[in-house]
Design a binder for this molecule. Structure first.
Ligand SMILES: C[S@@+](CC[C@H](N)C(=O)[O-])C[C@H]1O[C@@H](n2cnc3c(N)ncnc32)[C@H](O)[C@@H]1O
Length: 349
């Protein structure tokens, strides 16, 4: 077996198990919750090692609470020991456990060892050696109701070790079924949101149209629009997903919409969509300033973001501003999104 990676000396480490072959998606799920995490695959499929600045007391509950499909066991780690396959390894692991100086005297603990690779000792040998050492230190081995767990995760020549209160060891439900065919997985929820908007509002899209997408990154809406129209100009200072940026009918302008107003070379559009993360009044005012760029009678879409709890006021004020340049303004709340509503309207003829 090749070398297992070392734990970093900075930050905290977690072992995370997933379904074999789904490591990339599992890694994405970890990064969505812990953006700073460095996540490496172990050579043995289905195992990831994550290091993060968040201590396990914060990282584990955050991962446990997040909606995930591909995270299974979450194991906080303290340290690692290089071992050989020989029968001396359990004693080495026990010494490393003693150096951690926990759990406290009198605490009830249980040792669980999972061993991958070829060794001249068993998982039980490790459990016994570590258990005895911790008992000599004053903790109490207890099978049924331990307060602490001692995890020993062996990957051939490395034993990772974690001694933590039991509640920090979490096992999540795996949902292995692929929901989407390869290449069909949506980029983000926004992509699904626009598909719903197209359907529910009966958005007019034709292959000869040009669309302007404001607040486009990472590109869920742009991707959907590019499937329906001849050209999409995507405006956002942030990067588009490389797969979207590479589409032949997508042009990304890495600008704020305010800067766009100075341009005069972009021509007219048949649709403007606006999903910018901005105060709704400001967003509506920008869409009004761009109304001249939209063919008369054509549609515009804008999400009205609830930046405060005063939702009614946001809807009333934003639609009031939009009414200066647009008519037939329809507002709907799309499923699964309590933080915004969507307005679809037409440029006044
Ligand atoms: C909710 S995200 C858009 C998601 C996008 N519709 C998609 O499908 O992937 C909001 C975006 O608005 C962008 N944004 C915020 N202010 C902006 C501005 N003044 N001009 C252009 N984009 C802006 C942010 O950079 C962010 O990428």
């Amino acid at each position: 077996m090749p070398n297992a990676p070392d734990l970093t000396s900075e930050g905290y480490s977690l072992l995370i198990t997933t379904a074999a072959g789904r490591e990339v998606e599992a890694r994405r799920e970890v990064k969505a919750v812990l953006p700073d995490a460095v996540v490496k695959g172990l050579f043995l499929k289905g195992n990831l090692l994550a290091s993060t600045a968040l201590p396990p007391e914060r990282a584990i509950p955050a991962l446990a609470a997040a909606q995930t499909d591909l995270l299974a066991r979450l194991v906080p780690l303290d340290t690692q020991v290089r071992i050989t396959p020989s029968a001396e390894a359990p004693a080495l692991i026990a010494q490393a456990a003693l150096r951690l100086n926990k759990p406290p005297a009198g605490a009830k603990f249980l040792v669980e060892c999972r061993r991958r690779g070829q060794h001249e000792f068993t998982s039980r040998d490790v459990q016994v050696a570590v258990g005895r050492a911790l008992e000599e230190q004053g903790a109490l081995a207890e099978f049924d109701t331990p307060d602490w767990l001692v995890a020993v995760e062996i990957f051939q020549q490395v034993a990772y070790l974690g001694i933590f209160p039991r509640e920090l060891f979490v096992t999540k439900q795996l949902h292995r079924a692929r929901k989407y065919a390869p290449g069909q997985r949506p980029l983000n929820r926004a992509q699904l949101k626009l598909s719903e908007i197209i359907e529910r509002f009966g958005l007019e899209l034709r292959p000869d149209m040009r669309a302007l997408d404001l607040g486009a990154a990472p590109g869920g809406w742009t991707k959907v629009l590019a499937e329906h129209v001849a050209e999409v100009v995507a405006v956002d200072p942030a990067d588009l997903d490389p797969g979207v940026a590479a589409l032949s009918n997508v042009r990304h302008l890495a600008l704020h919409t305010q800067e766009l107003l100075e341009r005069s070379d972009l021509g007219r559009f048949d649709l403007i969509t606006n999903d910018m993360n901005r105060d709704p009044d400001e967003s509506a005012a920008l869409l009004c300033r761009l109304a001249a760029w939209l063919q008369p009678g054509r549609q515009a879409v804008m999400t009205i973001k609830f930046v405060t709890r005063d939702r009614r006021r946001h809807i009333r004020d934003a639609t009031g501003i939009l009414a200066q340049q647009y008519e037939q303004i329809r507002v709907r709340r799309m499923p699964h999104n309590a933080k915004e509503v969507t307005a679809v309207m037409r440029r006044r003829a």
